[in-house]
Structures are given as C-alpha cells and as structure tokens.
Design a protein. Sequence first.
Length: 232
Amino acid sequence: MKEERTFQLSNKETKRVVILRKVIEKELTQVRAAELLGLSERQVGRLTVRLRTEGEGGLAHRLRGRTSNRKIAEATQQQVLVLYQEKYQGFGPTLASEKLEELDKVKVNHETLRQWLMAAQEWVPRRKACQHRERRERKACRGEMVQMDGSHHDWLEGRGPKLVLMGMIDDATGEGFGRFYDYEGTVPALDSFYHYVKKYGLPANSASSSRAFTSIGTRHTNPTRGLRSKNS
C-alpha cells in the first residue's frame, strides 16, 4: 500500500494554487497568470499540468519531507572520520581515500577527505623542506673572475635594429663592460673580449653560459682557459 504524504503549502504555493485553478477554469490566461506569479508562460504551463495530475501536493517543494543533501553529507563525513580513526590513522588523504573505497565501499574524493581530516585535526599536511642555497662569495680581487654573456634586447627602443650586448662583469667589483653587435656569435665574442683585455688585462678566470663566449675556448666553458690553452 502506497504511503500517503501530507504537505503544508507555503503562502507562495497557496497563491500559485489559486491563480492556476483560475487558469484551469479558463478565468485567466497563462500570459496573465505568468505576470501575476512572476514566471514564464512555460513554467505556468508545467505547473498547471502538475496541479491537474497531482493535485495541490504537486506544487509543494519537491525536496520537502526528504533528508537534505547537507544532512546526508554530514552523516557520511562522520562515518568516514570514524573509519579513519579506527583503521587508517596516519594515512594520507589519497591513500585513505583508496582504502575506504576498496575495503569499506565508501567512496569519497581525496580532496574532500583532506578538508574533513584537516577540519577534525586528524591530519596535518607536511611542509616541503626548502632547499637552502648558499650564495657564493664574490672573489676578493679584481680580475680573478669575469662573468660573460650576451643579452638580446631592443636597446634602441624601436629607433633602430635590435642589437646584442656582449657584456662582461667583474665578479669582485661588479663593474661592467660591454659592446653592441648585430648578432651573438664567435666574432662579436672575440672582439668584445679583446677590447676588455685591452682595457683591463686578461682575467685569471672567466665563466659564461653563452655559446659565443665558450666557443672561444672550444670545449672549455672558461674562455680565459681556452685562450691560454690555444696560446700554450
């Protein structure tokens, strides 16, 4: 035997019943009813059909009398937390989520579980340890080390062709030296290095990630050593 359910209509739903009955009895048009109810004609048509077939209870809110999704979620949350405390203490959210589904047939997204566990103070995320990088100390004397590289940029700010700055910086003093060229290559690298040596002398060591500068010494990443090895 089908269980009878009773509904108490709200004031808004009671107003709908009154107006829709007038539509059914041809006392009002659907257009006018839609205006009075603040609905579209299509909505008025659907509600009229529901009133005819289901009666006034058909206009009651569809979720009335049912357990809310929120209560269902709360019950599931409590169940999951109890299972975690009893069986999976110390597990991370991802692994615990997999075990809950595999062994307990309870499916919960690992991110949702993470939030539940953190809110219940059952799990604290581990912070990734930051790798501390020690800064290399600068060289003590000028000429001990020169950093070399090529920099592509619109140095003329649109008033001419784009150029490459073939630059060098002394590691001890931070003093820079550079010359502009049309491209980054071996010839510009040699020319700029030549003018640097002419002005400051040959540095004891040099370092560069630029292929143009490292090509000075072929297989050497240190152009100074490369030049010395060629001259030896």
